[in-house]
Design a protein around this ligand. Sequence first.
Ligand code: NAD
Length: 286
Amino acid sequence: GQRSYLIGLVGAGIGPSLSPAMHERAADELGIRYLYRRLDLDELGLPATAIGEILAAARLAGYDGLNITHPCKQVVIEHLDELSADAAAMGAVNTVVFTEGRAVGHNTDWSGFARSIARGLPDATLDRVVLLGAGGAGAAVAHALLTLGAGVVRILDLDAQRAAALAAALCARFGAGRAVADRLDDGGAELATALAEADGLVHATPTGMAAHPGLPVPVELLRPELWVADVVYRPLNTQLVTTARARGCSVLDGGGMAVFQAVDAFRLFTGVEPDAGRMLRHFATL
Ligand code: NAD
């Protein structure tokens, strides 16, 4: 009979995730039998540390793979048989493929951002990039930018230690000086200086989501020569996206990263490359 796929998403509070709709629609379009189920830690009443048991249970139940999200992207690693080189370097996994009795970890968050910026801002100069936000999304973005050949990524975060730790880890992988942590002082002088010298800005804090409305950088720092990429994708048109567009900047919203991480995971699960253009259009309707 026809091969079918059973995939799960493991994380906390994943009820609103758009991944099930994205994956199942892509499979439907390809005529592939594919179920994408949520395994929500909150609903199961399980802590992140139960990820090992969940992995074993999913394997036993015949799952072909899992997407992994907050708060399990790091803790899952110790339960895997093998890691892709990039997932190992980043210390974060968002995709697990069960293959020939082995659990193999991958990271498509960074490749998703890399493909999104290559598609959405193909002419963007990457010599000097400012990254605001050094959490999970910021770490994936920084890995993508430096893999794409960015000269220097300047990282700022309210949590200065987080920015410093990310910059140090990136320099160890990509070379001294490729990433620098700047202070986010009260007056915003270092952000202003960094942006005045930058080719582009990537925003990777929660600012702009419904629960965290607002503009993450002062409007006057958004020069038209600066390209601006937001990773926030709910809503797609954040205050940063609309303001930067109005100021004449080239702008990339967070939808591309969300879609391309799913595109790459779908390919890892099935061996088939889904139609990214169709998935982007579908995503915009969700
Ligand atoms: P996180 O909590 O891991 O990291 C957020 C970081 O931002 C923290 O280090 C925090 O200190 C910092 N921060 C918060 N407010 C700040 C401010 N005003 N200035 C400077 N730094 C600030 O969160 P995350 O998982 O990295 O997610 C961040 C955002 O990215 C969320 O909105 C999430 O939805 C989005 N995201 C999008 C995608 C995508 O595919 N497009 C993928 C992952 C996350």
